[in-house]
Design a protein around this ligand. Structure first.
Ligand code: PRP
Ligand code: URA
Length: 209
């Protein structure tokens, strides 16, 4: 059964109010995506495994906890996931980074693959799959298939805006994958865009409207 966590936090709600606004310029849109990602990653990493090690401080020897190795992997669904991957590696600088390229066919709304480059030892890492939008869920399900085929077992899906249709699709295909969202919206329109949503995330991030 998927765990679905919608991050309920005043800062998340405030930043979403800016992100959704059609008048927000793409430079601000990019920055707010990064800021929201940091807040989502904070919640999605609360149970990351740690290893106890002994180190010397300037004062004495002591035991401390550090992230289990190999370090987590962050995998971006291109294009829009790039901005979330950037923000995630600000918090986890030694994370390995992977990319899965796909776009939604404008007619069928089905994902079309064009690229995949993934870190090694995926089965030994916590894997964070990042994409701002979970609409029909087709792209996320396809990327999760790719990650599992490459050996990943501990995968978390991090998005900014999701909707019940996308959550159900991920749930049906990958019930073991926990989902972390900044917002759960009402649903999809006739073009499979999220409403109220924020429009086309990739175009707004990269200024390609
Ligand atoms: C967007 C978004 C997701 C996908 C979500 O990408 O970033 O990858 O759509 O839709 P789905 O849940 O219905 O699959 P898009 O196809 O616009 O590509 P882009 O990031 O290259 O602009
Ligand atoms: N992709 C987007 O960027 N936005 C949506 O609302 C749906 C798919």
């Amino acid at each position: 059964m998927n765990r679905v966590q919608v991050i309920e936090h005043p800062l998340v709600k405030h930043k979403l109010s800016l992100l959704r606004n059609v008048d927000t310029a793409h430079g601000d849109f990019r920055r707010i995506c990064r800021e929201l990602t940091v807040l989502v990653v904070y919640e999605a990493t609360v149970d990351l495994p740690l290893t106890e090690i002994t180190i010397s401080t300037p004062m004495t020897e002591t035991t401390v906890m550090r992230l289990h190795r190999p370090e987590p992997a962050v995998v971006a669904i291109l294009r829009a996931g790039l901005i979330m991957a950037e923000a995630t590696i600000e918090l986890i600088p030694h994370a390995a980074v992977g990319h899965i390229g796909m776009y939604r066919d404008p007619e069928t709304h089905q994902p079309v693959d064009y690229y995949a480059k993934l870190p090694d030892r995926l089965g030994d890492r916590a894997v964070f799959l990042v994409d701002p939008m979970l609409a029909t869920g087709g792209s996320a399900v396809n990327a999760l298939d790719t990650l599992k085929e490459a050996g990943a077992t501990d995968i978390r899906l991090l998005c900014i805006v999701g909707c019940p249709e996308g959550v159900s699709a991920v749930h049906a295909a990958h019930p073991d994958v926990p989902l972390f969202l900044a917002a759960m919206d009402e649903g999809l329109d006739e073009s499979d865009y999220i409403v109220p949503g924020l429009g086309d995330a990739g175009d707004r991030i990269f200024g390609t409207l």
